[in-house]
Design a protein around this ligand. Structure first.
Ligand code: SF4
Length: 473
């Protein structure tokens, strides 16, 4: 499956401790997190003594049919995972949560993010005799845990976490505890909630809404929380942290009804649109159109700031879903055509401003401009509610390679010509950060815009290339 935009979130995680319907709630929460990964899903549950797992390929109903979830229904603790597979690794063995059995006890493990020293650590572990079951970098943590000589389970986890680098939100299930950990930069989101007296954690708060849970707070960079029947133990695995949450989570990935730092993504995107309107300045246009769905909020904000009416000039075919396509240029263009179409009567003879959240390859923008002009629009101005996306991501997002990213090769003026728009305006990096700060952010990763990678890239392997390299393909 391939996202037409060229941006793919790698994963979503969920965990719950001490609830009679733990596996069922995990299934429902994974449904809400399905936008974060569509290639596989799994649940590992604990009965207090042992762990049991179910996982499969595809969207949730295929990956975890009712019978599989029912087999876990009586257990009180569970973790779950939805996965977007990177190239070359679309296979069941890489679908999480992983379940490891040993005489020291069972371990369930799920991860969102990407380690930047996984190959180095894995090579060292293999030199010492470790045998890996999967090509996933997440398995590295399990081996480090098994090897740790620290006295307590918590200290083993902290010891293992100190040896890995990159972006990670881990949920770890033992028979009698649920541990969650976030990397010291807090690149990926992870939230704490509570339902019917049981603690739960999720990549996004939309999962809490889906199960009727209350959102308590965001897990902070470097935090390690251990949930047992005695309650919650809050600790850190490092003393110093460097908050750098992924900007693209705010701009594109997270669901608009999710919240970061107690603020809805919808409101944040609206503010990004409003900031873009300020930066675009006066423009003679009849309407503002948001590209559905992720840019609708930004278009509302743009409209409120500019006073230009917001219309639904583009409709999305909701039943196309993520398309199974060979990701070449021709098929991408067909996929966009299937997914988005203009409202002819609305845009005919009008000057329109189209708001989108990002441009990766330019395929979608080019189609949109052309489609609106074919529908009779007199002028099509394009506004992007984020800065030019120029660099790949090493922290858990498949943003393609430099060669495929249009802004890494072309100037804004050249991109405007390429997509055929009458004007093209991006939000500046400074204004983007102003908006995030206004909504409680303490620091953001903006590497795909600026090239300033906050965590040193040790392996220099893109997530989508990692599996091939690990396998030596
Ligand atoms: S490089 Fe971009 S996509 Fe990757 S974590 Fe940073 S902001 Fe997010």
């Amino acid at each position: 499956m391939y996202d037409i935009k060229g941006l793919n979130e790698e994963c979503g995680v969920f965990g719950i401790y001490g609830h009679d319907s733990a596996a069922t709630l995990t299934y429902m929460a994974l449904h809400a997190l399905q936008h974060r990964g569509q290639e596989g899903a799994g649940i590992v549950a604990s009965n207090g003594e042992n762990l049991f797992g179910a996982r499969g390929m595809g969207l949730l109903p295929e990956a975890l049919p009712e019978q599989k979830v029912k087999s876990l229904a009586s257990y009180k603790n569970a973790i779950g995972h939805v996965r977007y597979a990177t190239t070359g690794a679309s296979e069941l063995s890489n679908v999480q949560p992983f379940l490891f059995k040993s005489h020291k006890g069972d371990l369930g493990l799920a991860h969102n993010g990407n380690l930047v020293n996984a190959k180095k650590v894995r090579d060292a572990l293999e030199d010492e005799g470790a045998i890996f079951q999967t090509s996933s970098d997440s398995e590295v943590l399990a081996h480090l845990l098994a090897k740790s000589k620290a006295a307590t389970r918590k200290d083993k986890i902290k010891h293992a976490l100190k040896q890995i680098k990159g972006a990670f939100a881990f949920v770890i299930l033992h028979e009698d505890s649920l541990t969650v950990a976030l990397d010291d930069h807090g690149v990926r989101p992870l939230m704490l909630g509570e339902v019917d007296g049981a603690y739960c954690v999720a990549s996004e708060t939309c999962a809490f809404h889906a199960i009727g849970a209350t959102y308590i707070r965001d897990i902070m960079p470097g935090e390690v929380l251990t949930i047992t029947e005695d309650g919650i133990d809050e600790d850190r695995y490092v003393d110093t942290t460097y908050p750098n949450m992924c900007s693209m989570e705010y701009i594109y990935f997270a669901r608009a009804d999710s919240e970061f730092h107690q603020n809805s993504i919808y409101r944040i995107r609206k503010a990004l649109g409003s900031a873009l309107a300020e930066e675009m300045g006066d423009i003679d246009a009849d309407m503002v159109i948001g590209v559905p769905d992720s840019s609708l909020a930004a278009a509302k904000g743009f409209s409120a700031q500019s006073g230009i009416i917001n219309e639904q000039g583009l409709l999305k075919n909701r039943y196309v879903g993520r398309t199974f396509i060979t990701p070449d240029q021709v098929m991408r263009e067909r996929a966009v055509r299937m997914k988005l179409s203009p409202v002819y009567d609305l845009v005919k003879d009008k000057k329109v401003i189209v708001i989108d959240d990002s441009i990766v390859r330019g395929t979608t923008s080019k189609y949109i401009v052309q489609a609106l002009k074919n529908a009779g629009a007199k002028e099509v101005h394009m506004g992007i509610s984020s800065p030019p996306l120029k660099n790949p991501c090493y922290y858990g997002i498949d943003v393609s390679t430099h060669a495929e990213i249009i802004a890494s090769k072309k100037s804004v003026a050249e991109i405007r010509v390429e997509i055929g728009a009458d004007s093209l305006t991006y939000l500046s990096v400074d204004r983007m950060h102003d908006v995030f700060k206004q909504f409680g952010s303490r620091g953001q990763c903006d590497a795909c815009f600026t090239g300033n990678y906050p965590i040193e890239i040790i392996d220099h392997i893109l997530p989508q290339e990692k599996d091939r390299k690990v396998k030596g393909v």
